[in-house]
Write a protein that binds this ligand. Structure first.
Ligand code: EPZ
Length: 435
């Protein structure tokens, strides 16, 4: 895309279901004896990748009368051909969540090497340790992981070393049909996790949320299909809000609820943005005046999500003063700042994090920090999108930079931002595509 900077984004766009719920809800259809319906499904490539994997395993997928309504019939789930699954290797991290459902259905599973954004080495040790606790036998192969459950899967007491979203989903998708009870401690409780628990409860699962990140699951004999409307995408909502702030614009983001965005809304207001909560969405705008620097510590829910910092950093390059982002969830999530610095930003990344007396989030071993000093006018540059959220921050930077920037490798953005090109056009962004 060739993007000309300087135009404020104004207008209304709709945010649909969360990438980080819809893909997991699709995997959950494997657990049901009868068909499932998922509504508010975003039109993103991550969804299509998971649909392809489900179809490979015999799930019949059809669309409802609305494009965002997907139907899944898991009656004929069978073992997929390893070669076919290999074709999907490296395309996303979701395949790791097929383990439990396939072990329950088929007694075996083969998971290709995972993909997903390069924002750290993204291990799956918590996942594999949990599966072994349930009685799975895990064999690592050059091209992926082969699992069997010779004695079936039995409930277990599992404590996660860190409230990992994926590992929590792994345990949920395995425990619901395991024999006996499972107690999961130090679980992730993000809104997308709660939405997945709602889906599983609709299917017939018995899951209770207890205080202090404990989830208790009583295994049942069988589950039926579900009918569910996916929760909205908080990460996409935060990205458009940051775009409104950075471009001095005014965007009504439809489909967004305040309850799941509260920590972001506080940060948005502290930087100098303004917002109005409506029943059908939230209006985000730049009220004029200087943007103010802030210190942000990313954390697990209900803290400031790690996926929200990238787009906001672009707005912070325009704030008058020095902001600090402590990235405590991933060990390498500031790669996108290189491109911003070539455009004239002043961002220093501290590879081993920064000590800060006023910190409230516990320091983690691999954390990093970024110090952003502004305001720094940005000038156009040619940039290549490194990952999903960093890529969106590059779009925002190009839209506020002086001149025409070329943003390449934008296909990554389509993984998680539904119809973002149409939305940018609707909001008045000034861009063309290079032939
Ligand atoms: C999910 O990733 C999301 N992806 C991420 O969103 C999100 O940033 C992340 O949760 C945190 O909220 C999807 O849901 C598909 P984690 P996930 O397991 O589950 C370490 C986006 O942009 N860890 O909570 O992979 C891990 O290295 C994406 O939409 C282990 O050490 O995240 C990280 O430091 C990016 N071993 C921390 O835990 C494990 O086995 C949190 O990871 C698993 C995780």
């Amino acid at each position: 895309m060739i993007i000309k900077g300087g135009k404020p984004l104004k207008g209304r766009i709709e945010v649909r279901g969360a990438k980080n719920l819809a893909t997991k809800a699709m995997v959950a259809t494997l657990l049901g004896k009868t068909p499932s319906v998922l509504r508010n499904v975003p039109n993103i490539s991550d969804v299509r990748v998971v649909a392809g994997l489900l179809a490979l395993h015999g799930v019949l997928i059809t669309k409802g009368e609305n494009a965002d309504e997907w139907h899944f019939d898991p009656s004929n789930v069978e073992v997929a051909h390893k070669a076919d699954i290999d074709a999907h290797a490296g395309s996303s991290r979701i395949p790791i969540l097929f383990c439990g459902p396939l072990l329950h259905r088929l007694g075996e599973a083969f998971i290709p090497d995972l993909g997903g954004c390069r924002i750290g080495d993204r291990p799956i040790d918590f996942h594999l340790d949990a599966l072994r606790e349930f009685g799975a036998v895990v064999e690592k192969l050059p091209s992926g992981i082969s699992l069997t459950a010779p004695n079936g899967l039995k409930g277990a007491n599992i404590e996660l070393p860190y409230p990992s979203v994926g590992a929590t989903e792994q345990v949920l998708l395995t425990a619901v049909l395991a024999e006996g009870q499972t107690e999961l401690r130090n679980a992730a409780i993000e809104p997308e996790i709660i939405d997945l628990i709602c889906i599983l409860q609709k299917m017939g699962a018995i899951i209770s949320m207890e205080p202090n990140r404990v989830i208790f699951i009583e295994g049942v004999e069988e589950l039926r299909g579900y009918d569910h409307k996916a929760i909205f995408d908080r990460n996409e909502a935060a990205s458009w809000a940051a775009a409104a702030l950075a471009t001095k614009g005014d965007i009504f983001v439809g489909g967004v609820r305040q309850e799941e965005m509260m920590t972001f809304l506080n940060a948005f207001r502290k930087v100098g943005g303004d917002f109005d909560v409506h029943d059908d969405g939230i209006r985000f705008w730049h009220p004029g005046g200087d943007l103010k620097p802030v210190t942000i510590e990313t954390d697990v829910h209900p803290g400031f999500m790690t996926d929200w910092q990238q787009p906001l950093v672009v707005a912070l390059t325009q704030a008058s003063g020095t902001s600090t982002i402590h990235e405590t969830v991933y060990e390498n999530r500031f790669g996108f700042t290189d491109a911003l610095n070539t455009m004239g930003a002043n961002i220093v990344v501290h590879q081993n994090g920064l000590h800060d007396e006023s910190r409230r989030v516990k320091r983690r071993e691999f954390e990093q920090a970024a110090v952003i000093t502004g305001p720094t006018p940005l000038t156009a540059a040619d940039v290549v999108v490194p990952d999903l959220r960093g890529g969106f921050s590059h779009l925002i930077a190009a839209m506020i930079a002086e001149g025409e920037s070329k943003v390449s490798n934008i296909g990554i953005i389509a993984r998680g931002y539904e119809n973002f090109i149409e939305k940018l056009r609707l909001l008045g962004a000034d861009f063309v595509f290079e032939a």
